[in-house]
Design a protein. Structure first.
Length: 443
């Protein structure tokens, strides 16, 4: 891999044609497609990684048993995760070759593809692995800042970009939960009871020398280290982090005896994702924190789509005018904040609303209508199921990942795929972003 930061313009051409059938099939499969894909922007979470912190140090006081050991440093992409994302890259290659966006020849498609990653090992490696799947046999170029240098495109709070009003961020969250951070815990008592049972075993009674997760002190505060304008500390955050670790154990393919110490069923995991999604909904999707955290990325996504429609260079676009496929590799927080900013939701089997699983992506397809030449945006959440991740099952057009078409409020129409005219999406993004958190360039 050649790792670079400055974006270069690439002079290459890619074919423009057929419908991306997997994103949202027409009501009548035999019907002639009514639009062509001319660009795709894939905003993806990295693949399966190890936990961000040593779970035995962070959560050991809440669990009766020691947490599993991982073979890579904290927060790093695993070998299983690398293979997962290479397979996803191969799936996107198959999908967009069929759609006519790519040729299938690496030497030609390299000029059409831009890989842009946040500055962590897990995001840079994910971009490289997706690139390997998209461009087999080639040496993919990944655009990224040096590791450990915060990137305002993906983590503006961590990068100290803009001037967030942290008091407003806390107030906007408190105003959704009745002013009491304990309310979500009481409202989701059943899921917390399930988590408690898995952590300590038996009937869930806390053994001597351990603590109940419900005893974790509750507070709201910004967390610059995690890149969020407001964090809900206490039982809900502990539950989110424990559930995230269980998801990683399952998706990594660990023996079931090690996943939640053998006490976690697949149904339990679905239930616990309720707490995971709730945490991200409150801290990342609440509107003002979402503005702070994602206005920059959302603005540059829109500029990239506008460039794809005009064919002329647009300041702030992530790629050059020849770009046809852009992959932006970030974090679960990026997906959740985009959801909050745009007012969109999604679901996939075996999860809760708005899952942000390893390797999951928000895919923005720019499409051109065959009937009138107008440009449309089709949005979908694309992610391997947890079972596909666990088994290392390659996603293909015949065996696709989970695909959830997304309706964009105020923009989408009622046709299959929920296409939205580009001008409506432009109006929405311009209305919801805060220019104070937008950098003029995407670099």
């Amino acid at each position: 891999m050649r790792l670079v930061f400055s974006c270069c313009l690439r002079a290459a051409s890619c074919g423009l044609a057929a419908l991306s059938a997997a994103a949202a099939p027409p009501a009548n499969p035999a019907a002639e497609p009514d639009s062509d894909v001319v660009m795709a922007v894939i905003v993806t979470r990295h693949g399966v990684r190890s936990p961000l912190v040593d779970a035995n140090k962070a959560f050991g006081e809440y669990s009766a048993n020691r947490w599993p050991e991982w073979t890579v440093p904290a927060g790093n992409l695993t070998a299983h995760g690398k293979r997962q994302m290479e397979l996803m890259g191969a799936y996107y290659r198959e999908l967009y070759v069929q759609a006519g966006l790519l040729s299938g020849r690496a030497e030609k498609d390299a000029g059409c593809i831009t890989l842009r990653a946040d500055s962590d090992q897990r995001t840079i490696e994910t971009a490289r692995d997706i690139g390997s799947g998209l461009l087999p046999g080639a040496d993919p170029v990944v655009l990224a800042r040096p590791q450990a240098e915060p990137d305002p495109l993906f983590e503006p709070v961590k990068a100290d970009f803009g001037h967030p009003d942290f008091a407003l961020a806390a107030a906007s969250l408190l105003g959704r939960i009745g002013g009491n951070p304990a309310n979500p815990v009481a409202a989701h008592a059943a899921a917390f009871a399930t988590l408690q049972r898995i952590l300590v075993g038996g009937d869930g009674r806390v053994p001597s020398g351990k603590k109940s997760i419900l005893d974790a002190p509750v507070s709201l505060a910004p967390d610059r280290g995690s890149g969020v304008a407001v964090a809900v500390n206490g039982p809900l955050r502990v539950a989110m982090r424990c559930t995230d670790d269980f998801v990683l154990e399952y998706a990594e393919g660990m023996p079931l005896s090690d996943v939640g110490w053998g006490r976690l069923s697949r149904a339990d995991l679905t239930e616990l994702l309720e707490l995971h999604s709730l945490y991200f909904d409150l801290t990342q999707s609440t509107f003002y924190p979402a503005q702070v955290q994602i206005s920059n990325l959302a603005s540059h996504i829109l500029e990239t789509l506008e460039q794809g429609a005009t064919g002329r260079a647009v300041p702030g676009a992530v790629c050059g005018p020849a770009g046809r496929l852009v992959v932006l590799v970030g974090h679960d927080s990026n997906l959740a904040s985009l959801a909050g900013l745009m007012g969109v939701s999604w679901w996939m089997d075996g999860t809760q609303m708005d899952p942000v699983l390893p390797g999951g992506s928000l895919v923005f397809e720019l499409r051109r209508s065959r009937s009138d030449g107008h440009y449309l945006v089709r949005l979908a959440y694309v992610c391997q199921t947890l079972e596909q991740m666990r088994a290392g099952d390659p996603p293909t057009l015949r065996n696709p990942p989970a695909i959830a078409p997304i309706f964009i409020p105020g923009c989408s129409d009622s046709a299959p795929g929920y296409d939205a005219p580009l001008n409506r999406v432009e109006n929405l993004i311009h209305r919801v972003i805060d220019p104070a958190f937008v950098a003029p360039a995407s670099s």
